[in-house]
Each structure stands twice: as C-alpha cells, then as structure tokens.
Ligand binder design. Structure first.
Ligand SMILES: *[C@@H]1O[C@H](CO)[C@@H](O)[C@H](O)[C@H]1NC(C)=O
Length: 257
C-alpha cells in the first residue's frame, strides 16, 4: 500500500461528503425543493417540447430560424426550472438539484447557441467539481451565496471566492470548478452557457471510471481509504448535488455520520 498525503486528503474529503447526511430536524424542507419566490408557473407552459425527439429532429434540420419558429408554439418558448416535466438533465443528490435547459430539454434553444442551468442548493449543498466541455459558464447566485473554486488548466493557480447574491463569476470552458452553499439557508444560482449542448463532466466520477491500475498509476500508488480499495471507493462518490464540506456541516448543525 502506497499513497501520498495530498491524495488521501482529497479522497478523505470525498469520503466524508459521502458519509455525511443532513439531520432531519435542521432541514425542514425536502432537500433540493425549490423556493416559491411568490411566483406561479407560466399558465401557458405545457412542456410539450421537453425531450421531444421528433420535434428536435425537425428543428435541427430546419434551414432557417423562420422555419424553426413555425414548428414551435408560443408556450414552447417558456422553460420552467422549478417544475421541469421530467427528469432528463436534472442532477439530484441529497442536498439539492441542478436543472438544465439545453437543446434537448428546451428545444426552443436550437439555433441560439445558448443554454442555461439553475441550481437549487440546500444548506451546505455542494455542486461537485466538474467541467463543461463545450461552454463557458456565467454564474449568478440569485438567492444566497456560493463558495466557488476554479482551476483553469495546468500551472494556473486555484481561484477561490465567495460570490454573493447578484454577483457574477465566470467559469471558462474546460475549467474544473465547484460551487457550494456555505450557509444554512437555500442558495439558488442561475448559470448561462454559450452553447446549446454545453455538457457536464463530473471530475471525480469520471476519473474513477478509469481502470483501477490507471487510477493507481495516476495518483502515485494504490488508493486505500478505511480499508476500501478503488472498486469500493468508486461507489462512494456522492451523486451531485452532494452535501458539502465539513466546516459548513458543523456550522449548520448537519450530521456527519
Ligand atoms: C471556501 O471554503 C473552503 C472550504 O471550507 C475554505 O477553505 C475557504 O476559505 C472558503 N473560501 C472563502 C473565500 O471563504
């Protein structure tokens, strides 16, 4: 068995976020449930276009914007982040969820070169480290704040900020970044993308999908945490949105198993 202190620290952070679970008493609302903000959903929104592959195919082959508009109804131009009609492109973990409007969930985006996501993070909710392979993200918390970190590429320093309500943080295309709600209330963020199919790649999840000996060679030795090896460890990586860092859990009185 061989491992480096830094590797263990990173893995321990993942492991503790897996093992942590919110104390029910402190979290009244179902985690990830969306605040009402006093607004009713658009009465015309039907969700007809959501994931409608036949319609999407027609839109993708329509030669002009005017042809695309002819294929869409007025209500198809509205997307409801609070109540999407299905679960495609919705990441749901134990501390919140991220809902994605891209050209599949919201076909009216076809031809716009744009996409959007909204994150609804419970106390300490953690949008785990990830990259967007085809877009830069512009992220604005509209309720609460985010502790954000990004690493743009090899040799570039880690950039860490608290981003407050109505402040903007950009995550350039391909940068590894993470956000977590450092507070005990809810955080809601809006993230705009310059691609209709911006895509998301969860860094730890995908790294640990590599072959065991490849993972071991990449980290300078076998990984053994609490007697668990890579095979077992892989299954411990939390689903996004995960429950966050220890400091926040302690502050908010959320239980860590
Ligand atoms: C963000 O959270 C990390 C982990 O708890 C902490 O070390 C860091 O200081 C926080 N960043 C800011 C700017 O407060």
């Amino acid at each position: 068995m061989f491992f480096r202190a830094s590797t263990v620290a990173v893995l321990a952070a993942f492991a503790s976020s897996v093992l942590a679970a919110p104390a029910p008493s402190k979290v009244e609302k179902r985690q990830g449930e969306v605040v009402g903000l006093g607004q009713e959903p658009s009465p015309t929104y039907t969700g007809r276009a959501y994931g409608n592959l036949e319609l999407i195919a027609s839109l993708l082959t329509a030669p002009l914007q005017l042809d695309r508009v002819a294929l869409l109804r007025d209500e198809d131009f509205v997307f409801d982040f609070r109540n999407p009609p299905g679960n495609i492109q919705v990441a749901t973990g134990n501390a919140g969820r991220v809902v994605v409007a891209n050209r599949k969930t919201f076909p009216a985006l076809i031809g716009t070169g744009s996409g959007m996501a909204m994150g609804f993070l419970g106390p300490c909710g953690f949008n785990t480290p990830h990259t967007h392979p085809r877009a830069t993200e512009l992220n604005v918390p509209v309720v609460g704040s985010l502790n954000t970190t990004m690493i743009l590429e090899n040799g570039v320093r880690l950039v860490n900020n608290i981003v407050g309500t109505f402040q903007l943080v950009p995550f350039p295309q391909g940068a590894i970044h993470q956000e977590f709600n450092p507070d005990c209330g809810e955080t809601i963020f809006v993230a705009a993308f310059n691609n209709e199919d911006f895509g998301t790649s969860q860094t730890a999840d995908n790294f640990f999908r590599l072959a065991n000996d490849v993972v071991a060679a990449s980290v300078g030795g076998n990984i053994v945490i609490d007697g668990r090896d890579v095979d077992q460890f892989r299954d411990m990586i939390p689903r996004n949105v995960a429950i966050g860092v220890e400091e926040c859990l302690a502050k908010c009185g959320l239980a860590k198993r």
